[in-house]
Write a new protein. Structure first.
Length: 232
């Protein structure tokens, strides 16, 4: 990971896969997927019970947003200007990325990562992941226009979407029936599926190619909760 010292010219935060590739190398998606697996494995062995976890996530967010390691206190107004020792900057940045991004749930083939998650979890362990809603996947245009009210692709055969330049990335999506079957065949029991809508606010507000008004009518994201049932 290429990092700058606080106060140096660091430029804008990466906003496209090309930017991330220039900043963090060609295999940044693979690195994040490995990080996610490490966190899942660690959580399977022992829970993340650190009472300072919110602070670690805040520092991790600062590092990712600024592409720099802070050497001066970035938060506490009572210690403004005092030296800051970021002795755990790498796990802090890692945890922030894993907790705040979709990660393996959209960047990896579900027929690959879900069996791997099953292998890492103990019997009775939960798999919880956030991803795009199915209606989001169907209505997202290949252009940079916001999501609209028209279907852009069929549900049947939905699996991988390749986005054109300048994004140039690929992600994976599944119809609900196929995902439920995959989870069950792998050894998971589906406990919950939460569909997330936007809260009240300006319907014309645009975030990540999605207007708030659209996301108030249709769910923009989904949270899946499954439990490993088999011991094999």
């Amino acid at each position: 990971m290429s990092l700058a010292v606080q106060g140096a010219a660091i430029g804008a935060a990466p906003s496209t896969p090309r930017d991330w590739e220039r900043s963090f190398g060609r295999f940044w998606k693979l690195d994040l997927a490995v990080m996610a697996i490490v966190v899942v494995l660690f959580g399977a062995v022992r829970p993340l019970g650190d009472p300072d976890l919110p602070m670690h996530l805040a520092v991790g967010e600062w590092i990712v947003r600024h592409r720099a390691v802070p050497f001066v206190e970035p938060f506490a107004w009572t210690a403004a200007g005092q030296p800051y020792f970021a002795y755990s900057w790498l796990p802090q940045a890692t945890y922030f990325v894993v907790f705040s991004e979709f990660g393996a749930a959209i960047w990896c083939d579900p027929y690959v990562w879900i069996p791997q998650a099953h292998r890492l979890l103990r019997p009775g362990g939960r798999l919880i992941f956030l991803c795009h809603s199915i209606i989001d996947s169907l209505c997202s245009p290949l252009s940079e226009e916001p999501i609209g009210e028209r279907l852009e692709r069929p549900l049947r055969g939905l699996h991988r979407i390749d986005w054109p330049e300048p994004d140039g990335s690929s992600d994976f999506h599944q119809p609900h029936g196929e995902r439920i079957k995959l989870l069950r065949d792998t050894g998971f029991e589906l406990e919950a599926l939460h569909e997330l809508y936007a809260p009240d606010g300006d319907p014309d507000e645009l975030r990540h190619y999605m207007r708030r008004g659209w996301a108030q009518q249709w769910p923009g994201e989904e949270v899946w909760v499954a439990r490993r049932t088999s011991a094999e």
